[in-house]
Design a protein around this ligand. Structure first.
Ligand code: BES
Ligand code: ZN
Length: 487
């Protein structure tokens, strides 16, 4: 934290600003609009949450489409122009823009309107697609990940256009419908819209604060390589009394394969898996250690007796900068209530690996496949599919975008942000950098305990409205830090 604070202090009185004689803009008409419009804003957010845009479920395709339509209309309603639904081979991308004829920095705002499945439904206190407010939180699927968070930008844009009649930056908004399934068609969309997308900086609000009351700017995310493993034994289910003792049960084979993927030090056993991992610098390890963190408290919050992970690394190092492997689901045989004595014909598992900078996703997928095949005994057959891959991302901290974000966070939340990495993945970040040369600022307003991907997902309303104010300041700060095009 001390480190982060030092970085901000050295930047806050940037000489280039003084040189240009840029003065503080009067934002009060814009900021006060947010205060006055809270109820209206929440009722629009409720409508957005009510649409079950679950990208992974084929049966929800129409709902995903309906969500895209709702958003395209909403972008027009808030004063953006050219709002469009861009078709892809999968779910659509919604785009909109606002510009005037002045020279202003170009800002790209990205969010994703698709959400994770809400199951198990019985664990929700209130229905996932009926946004409910209690304890100054809004509950519902997508509230923090990511509908509620990108909505912050739409409301900041709306407040500018209604309160000031203008924006200090030119804005392009892209809202993706496939982030939660690995953004399979985003590369093509980016390639086909390169010219339109050209921007000075991108901003994404889809990450959490370090802790409640501790705003943060995230500068690194892990990538993801998602696999499906199927073990096949006999060509059909068998009576376990007649055949048990003669065949290797595919569930057992699969369990044995999975059990061998980690060693006793919590390291992944796939040969070559760690070869390209970029080691953490002493400086970064030190900066992680300066963040206020307690393993015991974290374990208590999660309800586990003890934490687990790769030996030799702290928890934050393991979460943010070390690769990991997790099984997300495993099935086979008889899982209904009651009993059935069967040796199933097959068993399946979904397994993904979070990867870190310098690990190559396709290479990791190959290493995994080869290893799973090697681990499969002669008594069964294994087939491995790769569902999607995405690279890890690191964004530069020494940039006008991050500088603007830090000042904006401080102005809105009264506290300088800490700089941190995160363990989740947002595939677009590396694509924007590689394909368009655009750096991203990760200006997130979630909280770490908001149950993203789990039952009872929520978004803290203090952070939501504070986030709108921060976004307003961010655009303003950005406009005074980035050279206007052509100047
Ligand atoms: N908002 C998350 C990314 C995230 C999670 C950032 C945790 C920081 C902390 C995002 O919507 C997400 O869940 N992404 C998926 C992407 C994957 C399917 C490629 C993820 O991380 O599982
Ligand atoms: Zn997510």
């Amino acid at each position: 934290m001390a480190n982060a604070a030092r970085v901000v202090r050295s930047r806050s009185d940037s000489p280039s600003l003084a040189r240009k004689g840029v003065r503080e803009a009067n934002l009060s008409p814009v900021l006060s609009l947010v205060e006055r419009e809270k109820e209206r804003v929440l009722s629009a957010l409720r409508q957005l949450i009510a649409i079950p845009s679950i990208s992974t479920k084929p049966e929800n395709r129409k709902e995903v489409e309906r969500c895209a339509e709702w958003l395209a209309t909403h972008l027009s309603d808030i004063g953006m122009t050219n709002s469009r639904i861009v078709r892809t081979a999968g779910h659509p991308v919604v785009t909109g823009e606002w510009r005037d004829d002045q020279r202003k920095p170009e800002l790209l705002v990205y969010g994703h309107y698709d959400v994770q499945p809400p199951e198990p439904l019985e664990l929700w206190s209130t229905p996932p697609f009926e946004a409910t407010i209690r304890d100054n939180r809004i509950y519902g699927r997508g509230t923090t990940d990511d509908k509620g968070q990108f909505f912050i930008h739409l409301k900041a844009i709306e407040a500018y256009l209604r309160g000031a009649g203008t924006l200090p930056v030119h804005v392009k908004v892209i809202l993706e419908g496939e982030e939660e399934i690995g953004s399979p068609h985003l590369g093509k969309f980016l390639a086909e819209n390169k010219e339109w997308l050209r921007s000075d900086v991108a901003v994404i609000s889809d990450t959490p604060f370090f802790a409640p009351g501790v705003p943060s700017i995230c500068y690194g995310l892990r990538g993801n390589v998602y696999m499906e493993v199927e073990v096949v034994g006999p060509h059909q289910d068998l009576h376990s009394g007649s055949h048990g003792g003669a065949v290797h049960n595919p569930i057992q084979v699969l369990a044995e394969i999975i059990a061998q993927l980690h060693d006793h030090d919590g390291r992944i056993t796939i040969p070559g898996f760690y070869d390209d991992v970029r080691p953490l610098s002493t400086r970064e390890r030190k900066s992680f250690r300066q963040l206020p963190w307690s393993d015991a408290r974290y374990a208590r919050e999660l309800g586990v007796r003890k934490l687990y992970g790769e030996r030799g690394f702290t928890t934050l190092e393991r979460l943010w900068a070390r690769p990991t492997l997790d099984c997300h689901g495993i099935w086979g045989g008889f899982t209904s209530p009651g009993s059935k004595t069967v040796i199933p014909s097959k068993a399946v598992a979904k397994i993904s690996m979070r990867i870190v900078p310098d690990q190559r996703p396709e290479h990791i997928a190959k290493l995994f496949t080869t290893h799973a095949q090697k681990l499969c005994p002669q008594t069964a057959r294994v087939s491995v599919k790769c569902l999607h891959t995405g690279e890890a991302a690191l964004v530069p901290l020494q940039s006008p975008g991050v500088e603007a974000a830090a000042v904006a966070m401080t102005k809105s939340f009264g506290k300088k942000p800490v700089y941190q990495r995160e363990g989740g993945s947002i595939p677009i970040i590396t694509s924007l950098k590689r394909m368009l040369g655009i750096d991203t600022v990760l200006l997130g307003f979630g909280l770490p305990d908001e149950n993203a991907h789990a039952p009872n997902e929520f978004l803290d309303l203090g952070n939501f409205f504070g986030g709108i104010l921060a976004a307003i300041h961010f655009y303003d700060e950005l406009s005074r830090r980035i050279e206007r095009k052509g100047e």
